[in-house]
Ligand binder design. Structure first.
Ligand SMILES: [Cu+2]
Length: 146
């Protein structure tokens, strides 16, 4: 009987040991959560990297309400190009980028900034204000990518 009791006691200890292992597995689960956080950090890095690789350009509309941008020539490297339009006037403006199958524009606004991001290959593109009559009045220019 004493031997049997000793065996039973051993089994209980083994069972307890298994329980301990389960707890360790729980700890492993916690490690997985850390891994998920790591993935989140990676996404942040990827976003930061994309921002670093993108060309950022700025165009400012005439503060006095004239139909002009402050630049008629823009240059960028191939890839993502973000154009931020600053319109400090009460006249609504936007910026549209067009060429080589690309046609994207910012929203039209007054007294504020808007931006548009396009993925461009090397080549020449046109940028202009799509508001009626503004392009014809001179709110246009050339964006050279290369
Ligand atoms: Cu305009």
């Amino acid at each position: 009987m004493l031997v049997l009791a000793a065996i039973l006691a051993s089994l209980v200890l083994i069972a307890a040991g298994c329980g301990g292992d389960d707890d360790d597995n729980g700890g492993g689960g916690a490690s997985d959560s850390s891994g998920a956080e790591g993935t989140g950090a990676d996404t942040g890095e990827a976003t930061g990297g994309g921002g670093g690789g993108a060309t950022k350009l700025k165009l400012t509309a005439d503060p006095g309400g004239g139909l002009t941008f402050d630049k008629t020539e823009l240059t960028a490297k191939p890839g993502k190009v973000t154009i931020t339009m600053d319109n400090p006037s009460d006249v609504p403006h936007a910026v549209e980028v067009e060429g080589n199958g690309v046609e994207e524009e910012t929203k039209t606004l007054t007294n504020g900034t808007a931006d548009v991001t396009v993925n461009l290959k090397a080549g020449k593109y046109e940028f202009y204000c799509p508001v009626d009559g503004h392009k014809e009045a001179g709110m246009k220019g050339t964006l050279t990518v290369g």
